[in-house]
Structures are given as structure tokens and as C-alpha cells.
Ligand binder design. Structure first.
Ligand SMILES: C[S@@+](CC[C@H](N)C(=O)[O-])C[C@H]1O[C@@H](n2cnc3c(N)ncnc32)[C@H](O)[C@@H]1O
Length: 332
């Protein structure tokens, strides 16, 4: 009996935290605890924050070890874990992952058991990228989260990409250009491009210009479902194929194949889900997120091999890069 409540309670706490932590982050409470121990009155400052509720919310985050109360001094302290909910990097991840839009979607996750729908299709809403194109503030939050995710595995991806023989590399669906910027710094003699939808390209341009790399990286607006520019000798796509169902993936990969000459390299950077491989539990979390929001999936090596062989590529190898993997293929 008690196990039932313990498990249900643990899950309920997680759901409560998903709502409470983003608000505490918005008020910079974790950042201010890291600066120095504070009373709730100091944390609330002169704002409209209710001190009694702040104290009780802090007791909730204390359950997860994210803050600590000293009953003698009546001061709240940070812990080693507080950094996970403080600062810009954490903020970029939390703001998207726990936005109202994302959270509401996940309420219907279990109902997907009976169909191939996304949570948005299930509740009669627009597909995610259509919705984001019409809500550019949220699209910016999405891109900021993608940038933060890229930073987690960026170094491993840059080192894992075998760019031998590649001189002009196109990042299809390259978002705000974070991965390409890292590569352009690492390989100053190579040229790069980012292909993105028109709604995003201005964010990409701003990011590239702020790094002073506009000479090395060109941006091209367009849709990978229509065509992909032919003026590059290799293509990479990070977290693109996992966004789409098989038929859409075949269209994207066929367009990649048309854009390359035989021998051209293709790099797909996604989580390859194999039991026993590294980061399996994180890859399962990503896989379910893809199911919920896009009706798609994280794929096995075999599934990548099949998609590639059906679209004119020879599968070469999979290289691990943190919680992502690099699937390398050659145009035939
Ligand atoms: C999951 S994000 C990945 C972004 C980036 N590659 C990264 O890893 O941070 C998917 C990207 O695909 C882009 N995208 C969506 N539809 C597209 C299309 N039809 N053509 C090109 N890019 C598209 C989105 O704008 C978004 O930036």
C-alpha cells in the first residue's frame, strides 16, 4: 500500500516541480540563492511575491535537493544542485521544455497508445512547426533550447564528424547556426552554409554576425521538402531526421541525395537507440518526446540503414557523440 503512495507521490512532486521551478527561475530565486543565503523576505524583495508561498515552494524544491533551509538562521541556502536551475543555459532549456505549450501537450501523451498521432493532432491543434512559425516568440525560445542542447554535445559532435575531404558543408535545418559556428571556428579553411526556413533565417544571420563569421557561413532560406541547394559537397543534419515520420524522411533524404554528387558525405546527427549502448535512458526520453510532439522517433541503426539505402546512400558507420550519435553515409 505505502509503495503505491510513495510512487504516486514521487510522480506528483515531479509534475508540481515542472510548474514551480520555471516560475522560481523567472524570479531569479535560484541565482540569488547562489549569490548568498537569504531569508524569504529578502528573496521576495519588494515584489508582489507571497512570502509564505515562496517558503512552501522552496520546501518543495528542497525535496529534490535543489535548496536547503537552515531553521536556526531562517535562511535559505543553495546546494550543489541549485546550478541546474540557475543561469542562462538552464533557463534556455527549462523555458522551452516546460513552456505552457509543451506541458499541455504532454497531458495527452498516454492517449497516443491507440494511434500514430501527435499530441497536437490528438487535440486538433496545428503541427508544431506550423504553430511555431505563427508564434515567433515561442520559436525563439525553441531555438534557444536547441542552442543549449547543441552546447551539451557540441564538442563531441565536432570531434566525431569525419570532415576529411569535405570543403563546403551545408547544415540542413541548422537552426540558429550554433553547431555550424563551432565547426567554422574549428575549420577556418572550410566553407559552411545553413539552410533554414525563412521564419528562422534572420535568427541564424544575427547569431553568425555576432560571432563575426558571416564570411565563412552563408545562410540560405528554403524548405528541405522542396529542394536542397546543390552547391555543397557534403551535408549534415542535426536533430532533423528524428523530427519526421519515415515518408517525410525519405523526401528529405532524397533531396539531400539530389543535392550531392556521388561520393559526397552525409552526416545525420540524432540519437541512435540501441539497448546496451550509452545514454539509453536519455535516448528513450528523447524518443517519447518525438512521438508526442512530432509523431516521429529516435531510430535504431537498422532503421537508419534502411532509410539511407532506399534513398541512394550507402550506410558507413555510427559514431557516438554524447547523448547523440553521428550516422555517416555516402551518396552512391
Ligand atoms: C529540432 S530543430 C534542430 C535545429 C538544429 N539543427 C539543432 O540541432 O539545434 C529542427 C529545425 O528544422 C527546421 N525546419 C523545420 N522545417 C524545415 C524545412 N521544411 N526546411 C528546412 N528546415 C526546417 C526548424 O526551423 C528547426 O530549426
Amino acid at each position: 500500500m505505502s509503495e503505491v503512495f510513495a510512487l504516486a507521490g514521487e510522480i506528483r512532486v515531479a509534475i508540481m516541480l515542472a510548474s514551480v521551478i520555471p516560475v522560481l527561475m523567472r524570479e531569479k530565486i535560484p541565482d540569488r540563492l547562489i549569490e548568498s543565503p537569504k531569508s524569504v523576505a529578502e528573496l521576495a524583495e519588494n515584489k508582489t511575491i507571497n512570502c509564505d508561498r515562496l517558503h512552501r515552494f522552496l520546501q518543495l524544491v528542497e525535496v529534490k535537493g535543489l535548496a536547503k533551509y537552515d531553521a536556526d538562521t531562517k535562511l535559505w541556502h543553495s546546494t550543489e544542485k541549485t546550478a541546474a536551475i540557475a543561469g542562462q543555459f538552464a533557463n534556455d532549456i527549462w523555458t522551452w521544455m516546460f513552456s505552457r505549450y509543451t506541458q499541455e501537450g504532454f497531458l495527452d501523451l498516454g492517449e497516443l497508445l491507440y494511434s500514430e498521432k501527435t499530441v497536437y493532432e490528438y487535440s486538433g491543434k496545428k503541427p508544431i512547426f506550423e504553430y511555431l512559425k505563427e508564434n515567433l516568440d515561442l520559436f525563439k525560445k525553441f531555438q534557444d533550447a536547441m542552442k543549449a542542447f547543441t552546447k551539451i554535445n557540441g564538442d563531441a559532435i565536432e570531434r566525431g564528424l569525419d570532415l576529411e575531404g569535405c570543403n563546403k558543408i551545408l547544415d540542413v535545418g541548422g537552426g540558429d547556426g550554433t553547431l555550424t559556428i563551432g565547426l567554422a571556428k574549428r575549420y577556418p579553411d572550410k566553407k559552411f552554409g545553413v539552410y533554414e526556413i525563412p521564419e528562422v533565417v534572420h535568427m541564424t544571420n544575427e547569431n553568425i554576425a555576432s560571432e563575426g563569421l558571416s564570411q565563412n557561413i552563408e545562410t540560405i532560406p528554403g524548405s528541405m521538402f522542396e529542394s536542397i541547394p546543390h552547391s555543397f559537397d557534403s551535408i549534415l543534419m542535426k536533430n532533423i531526421i528524428h523530427d519526421w515520420r519515415d515518408n517525410d524522411c525519405k523526401t528529405i533524404l532524397s533531396n539531400c541525395r539530389k543535392a550531392l554528387t556521388p561520393g559526397g558525405k552525409l552526416f545525420i546527427i540524432d540519437a541512435v537507440v540501441e539497448r546496451g549502448h550509452s545514454a539509453f535512458s536519455i535516448k528513450v526520453l528523447k524518443d517519447i518526446s518525438m512521438m508526442a510532439q512530432l509523431g516521429s522517433k529516435e531510430r535504431t541503426t537498422e532503421e537508419f540503414r534502411n532509410l539511407l539505402e532506399e534513398t541512394g546512400f550507402r550506410f558507413e558507420k555510427v559514431t557516438s557523440a554524447g547523448t547523440d550519435d553521428i550516422v555517416q553515409a555516402i551518396a552512391i
